[in-house]
Structures are given as C-alpha cells and as structure tokens.
Design a protein around this ligand. Structure first.
Ligand code: TYD
Length: 152
C-alpha cells in the first residue's frame, strides 16, 4: 500500500497505538508539561487544535486518516478514546491526566466520547489539515483495510 508512505498494514495499528507519559517540570509555582516533536512524540507537530464544550453523549472523531498521526491529551477534564483496526479489534483508552496522551498512528479508526464538562482535548497532528486524507465512512474504512490484504 505504497501511497501511505510507510506500510502501516504490515503492523497492527492497535499495536502502534500507545499511551505516552510526558516530562513534568512542576515546582511550587505550578505544573509544566513538555511535549516536543520528534522527542516526546514520534512526529514533528504541524497543527494543533483542541476540542471543548462537547456534551457527555457526543461522539466525535469517527474517522481514520490516511496520512496524519495524532497525539491527544486531555489538558483539562477527561474523555475516552476508542480505537479500532477494522479487523475486529478495539481498545478504549481513558484520558484523565494532563501529562499523559495517546499516540494514534495512520489508519486507525478513532472515536472520542464521554467528555467531562470541563474537558479540553488537545490534539497534536503531524500534518496540515487536508480533508481528502480523512476516511469518514466506516464501510469505506473497512474496505480499504480489507483490500490491504495483510494479516495481523
Ligand atoms: P472534525 O474532524 O469532524 O472534528 P472531530 O474529529 O473532533 O469530530 O472537524 C470538524 C470540522 O472542523 C470539520 O468541518 C472540519 C473542520 N476542521 C478543520 O477545518 N481543520 C482541522 O484541522 C480540523 C481538525 C477540523
């Protein structure tokens, strides 16, 4: 599947997904958490956006990205992230501490939900925004994954 740059299909995307713990430099003045591209996370940061004000029953995301990698950090409040590989496997991560985040590789299906009222979900992305690289239809995602022809 050469058009994705690296062949993520040779690895199970859920194995690439992982929780990250960031350096803390807090002192008596308060907390400070550091996230540097290519040091604390495995890509250079091209874009940041953040999500807040989502009700508890809202499900966001519901897409996979052909190119972008992300790190999601609940800098305030809590939320959950469900990741799926399109092959029947899924994992749920709880984001509940400002110094931890989840790394999401390309081609993982993701859903963010169960937002606390005070949730501010910071998203770091490896790319500038390009709607063309988003797969927003789950059936299309399943088709692309199955056509990759790789076994996990
Ligand atoms: P969307 O991807 O649906 O948000 P989420 O994944 O949090 O559910 O994005 C919502 C809208 O914002 C959609 O119209 C696309 C737009 N958008 C941008 O223009 N640039 C961006 O970097 C992002 C993430 C979204």
């Amino acid at each position: 599947m050469p058009y994705f740059g690296i062949n993520v299909f040779t690895m199970n995307v859920l194995n690439l997904t992982q929780m990250l713990e960031f350096s803390q430099k807090g002192d008596e003045r308060g907390h400070l958490v550091i996230v540097e591209g290519m040091k604390d996370i495995p890509f250079e940061i091209k874009r940041i956006f953040y999500i807040y004000g989502s009700d508890k029953d809202v499900v966001r995301g519901q897409h996979a990205n052909k190119v972008s990698e992300f790190v999601l950090i609940n800098v305030a409040g809590t939320s959950k992230v469900k990741v799926k590989d399109g092959k029947g496997n899924e994992t749920v991560y709880s984001l509940n501490r400002p110094h931890t985040g989840i790394y999401l590789p390309r081609m993982v299906w993701k859903e963010m939900y169960d937002f606390s009222e005070d949730s501010v979900l910071l998203c770091l992305a490896s790319t500038h925004y390009d709607p063309e690289e988003y797969i927003r239809n789950y059936d299309e995602y399943l088709k692309i994954v199955s056509e990759s022809g790789e076994e996990t």
